[in-house]
Design a protein around this ligand. Structure first.
Ligand SMILES: Cc1cc2nc3c(=O)[nH]c(=O)nc-3n(C[C@H](O)[C@H](O)[C@H](O)COP(=O)(O)OP(=O)(O)OC[C@H]3O[C@@H](n4cnc5c(N)ncnc54)[C@H](O)[C@@H]3O)c2cc1C
Length: 532
């Protein structure tokens, strides 16, 4: 068994783990990050994907959390404007709720003031939504601005590349089996590659347990006993729907049938509705929506939009994730704080080990800086640059796509697709496409995304399997019209460039299909479940 020495070992390659590895590598530390499945395959890819301050946390008086998250939202918008886009939200509140119009307006004013300023105009969207909503409920509709990262998987890939560029070592499909301790200190980890079963040891001064909803499992494997569990997992489920006629172009934030928060968002050419809050202590990797949750989401949608006549045929897929919230027995899931905590294990007999509890996509970079400081790195707050507007992003994408399409001999739609998902990295992918006809081919007949993106995913972004490529680095398989034929076409086209044998391509395809079915439950299965 080999053994290597690092300054920091990070366990878990979700958005928090990768952000921490990046902050530590940028701070000059020798870092190893280990992920048991693939980067961003856990909670990070199972979220509602909103980059927000959390309007409803204002109600809980969490002003500090909202201010921090809004600052992070603006940083993400400025630094990753191709991935984190401004999104208008329409807030629809039914008559007889707990909030007076005056209180809501005051809350929205505060939210806008803590964030980027006054809400932008919504051009008739309010009227359109009011016409769609069930008129019997006498809705009041307001609007505010937030942001969306349609693909946090891509954000994680970009941060991972940055960590690698700063000298980090990253291994996915590698499970930490044990955290080793001696004389009250964590000294290293023992891990196994799930691809070839090889085992190795890594020694380190610091071990960061950023395994999200798996945090207590990793502690147990480390024989690190905490006074109480650190995490209280709360599952959230979503529906992915076809866009229905008249569906709002803005996001809608309203109330579910039981008055809980409910979102309907434009997402990836489809609509994303969610999410539920159900306590879940089972294996977070195997979580899936319960029949009752699907029924609840569907009933909430139909209550809001009875005129849309939605049926089970409109549901494309469902998926669920487990929120790694702080352990709070007896507390209502919606009342548990969305703050993050860094738990220092010195009193648990493992000095030098830190567990990350809670957090949101939006605040991952802030957690990373906090963790880096705990490790002794000088990680200053980055300056707040002005984020571009939707129009400025559009103009930049349009200009770039037209120029690159010609040079790389690809369709303008493909050039745009490259820029949207890969930002500054798109130029190198376009160059590879220009040099090789096979890499210019689309991944499937419906998609503008091309084989060169998949090749870059393997060569630059640590993708090892077809599932890593099609579900996370180039997540075309989450699109509206993905079929089995698309899987076959993509596997064959990628395999030719990467030199896969026919047997390897078939194996990769089977494993990809199995993983996709486990995570992205198909509409037919949902309909069957409801009928059954
Ligand atoms: C339903 C839902 C909706 C949400 N919506 C939003 C939203 O709209 N906006 C927002 O900002 N946030 C949202 N969140 C919160 C956000 O998604 C999470 O806080 C964030 O993704 C947590 O990231 P993480 O890195 O801590 O955990 P994860 O992404 O789960 O990463 C942990 C990783 O650790 C790995 N791991 C576990 N055990 C081991 C081991 N032994 N060895 C190696 N690796 C291991 C896992 O495979 C996993 O990939 C939502 C969450 C949920 C569930």
């Amino acid at each position: 068994m080999t053994s290597e020495r690092f300054d920091v070992v990070v366990i878990g390659g979700g958005i928090n783990g990768v952000a921490i590895a990046r902050a530590c590598a940028r701070g000059g530390k020798r870092v190893l990050i280990l992920e048991q499945n693939d980067f961003a395959s856990g909670t990070t890819s199972r979220s509602t994907r909103i980059i927000h301050g959390g309007l409803r946390y204002l109600e809980h008086g969490e002003l500090g959390l909202v201010r921090e998250a809004l600052r992070e939202r603006e940083r993400l918008r400025a630094e990753h404007s191709h991935l984190v886009r401004p999104l208008k939200f329409l807030l629809a509140l039914g008559a007889g709720g707990n909030h007076s119009a005056l209180a809501v307006r005051a809350g929205l004013w505060l939210y806008a003031t803590l964030g980027a300023g006054r809400p932008s105009a919504v051009d008739g969207e309010l009227d359109r939504l009011e016409r769609l909503l069930d008129s019997a409920q006498r809705w009041s509709v307001f609007h505010y601005d937030d942001a969306q990262c349609e693909f946090p998987e891509r954000l994680v890939a970009e941060w991972l590349c940055d960590a690698l560029a700063h000298g980090a070592d990253a291994r996915n499909h590698t499970r930490v089996l044990e955290v080793e301790t001696r004389d009250g200190r964590a000294t290293g980890v023992r891990a196994r590659s799930l691809l070839d079963a090889s085992e190795f040891r890594a020694r380190a001064d610091w071990i960061v347990n950023a395994s999200g909803p798996w945090v207590d499992r990793v502690c147990a494997a480390a024989s690190v006993r905490t006074r109480s569990p650190l995490i209280g997992g709360v599952r959230g489920s979503h529906l992915v729907l076809r866009r229905f006629p008249g569906a709002p172009a803005s996001a809608v934030y309203s109330e579910a049938v039981d008055g809980r928060p409910f979102f309907l968002l434009p997402w990836n050419g489809q609509l994303l509705a969610g999410a539920t809050e159900v306590r879940d202590h089972a294996d977070p990797g195997k979580t899936e929506p319960g029949a009752g949750e699907i029924e609840y989401l569907f009933a909430s949608l139909n209550r809001l939009f009875p005129g849309a006549h939605l049926s089970w045929n409109d549901v494309q897929a469902t998926f669920a994730g487990v929120r790694p919230l702080p352990y709070a027995p007896g507390e209502k899931p919606s009342a548990i704080s969305r703050r993050h905590f860094l738990h220092d294990h010195s009193d648990d007999g493992a000095a030098g080990m830190i567990s990350v509890i809670g957090g949101k996509l939006t605040t991952a970079a802030a957690i990373a800086r906090e963790c880096a400081r705990k490790i002794g790195i000088d990680a200053p707050e980055p300056a707040l640059a002005a984020a571009p507007s939707a129009q400025e992003i559009e103009a930049a994408l349009g200009g770039w796509s037209r120029a690159v399409a010609q040079r790389a001999h690809i369709a303008e739609a493909s050039a745009r697709a490259l820029a949207e998902w890969h930002g500054a990295g798109a130029a190198e992918i376009a160059h590879a496409a220009a040099m090789d006809e096979r890499q210019r081919a689309p991944l499937c007949e419906h998609s503008p995304h091309i084989v060169a993106e998949a090749v870059a995913a393997v060569r630059r972004e640590c993708a090892s399997t077809l599932a890593d490529i099609l579900l996370r680095r180039v997540p075309v398989a989450l699109g509206a019209c993905w079929t089995d034929q698309c899987s076959r076409t993509a596997a064959a086209r990628i395999g030719v460039v990467l030199g896969w044998s026919a047997a390897r391509a078939a194996r990769e395809r089977d494993a990809f299909e199995e993983e996709r079915a486990g995570f992205w439950k198909r509409a037919e299965a949902v309909a069957l479940q409801q009928r059954g």
